[in-house]
Write a protein that binds this ligand. Structure first.
Ligand code: ZN
Length: 205
């Protein structure tokens, strides 16, 4: 849905800040996604890269200090939250990590993990109940979108605001809708991975 500049202004007046899911919750989502690619030999820096990829899109809030408007191309939840940005960021991260030899994870798997970690950021933001929609298809199509289901309360970008007012409501919401599903998903995936060799040996008997 395309949002007009008048609507942007109205939303800013309404919400008074730049809402987003908190960085911790984006990191938890990235770790959960990483469970699908988990191998004991994979070095920690791969997980760290996934976490960084999941939080980097919100660096766009720096633009507010330089006069970038919320709904601009470089505005909050704009291009840095798009699928193309996820491709570019994960591609660059793979190039950097691959220079340090990672035999335990192939390039395509590493790219898939980092892409999903980055793209998960926009998906979670699109499930929040405030702020502007996410420009998933920027720069090809600059309309912004929310998912039809938005149970996550927005978290203010300001640390001061995060530590006051809605702190508990935001934490509760993110625990319920991000942390619990992420931990459950990772638990199921890791359990399945551990059981897999046993199944193979059982089948061979
Ligand atoms: Zn964001």
């Amino acid at each position: 849905m395309l949002v007009s500049s008048t609507t942007y202004t109205t939303l800013l007046e309404k919400y008074g800040n730049r809402p987003m899911a908190s960085a911790f919750s984006h990191a938890v989502a990235a770790l959960s996604i990483g469970s699908s690619f988990y191998q004991p030999q994979i070095p920690k820096r791969v997980r760290v890269a996934g976490i960084l990829c999941s939080v980097i899109p919100d660096l766009d809030v720096i633009g507010f200090r330089f006069g970038v408007h919320y709904g601009d191309f470089w505005g909050h939840r704009g291009f840095t939250h798009s699928l193309l940005f996820a491709v570019l960021l994960s591609g660059a991260a793979v190039a950097v990590l691959s220079q340090r030899s990672l035999p335990s994870i192939g390039g395509p798997s590493l790219f898939a993990y980092l892409f999903l970690a980055t793209a998960s950021h926009g998906v979670l933001d699109a499930m929040t109940n405030g702020g502007l929609e996410v420009a998933f298809f920027s720069p090809f199509e600059n309309s912004r979108y929310f998912l039809p289901w938005r149970p996550i309360r927005v978290s203010p970008t300001s640390v001061h605001r995060f530590l006051s007012g809605h702190r508990y409501a935001v934490l509760r919401s993110e625990l319920l809708w991000i942390w619990v599903p992420a931990i459950l998903f990772a638990g199921l995936v890791l359990t399945w991975k551990r059981m897999k060799p046993a199944d193979v040996s059982t089948a061979s008997n």
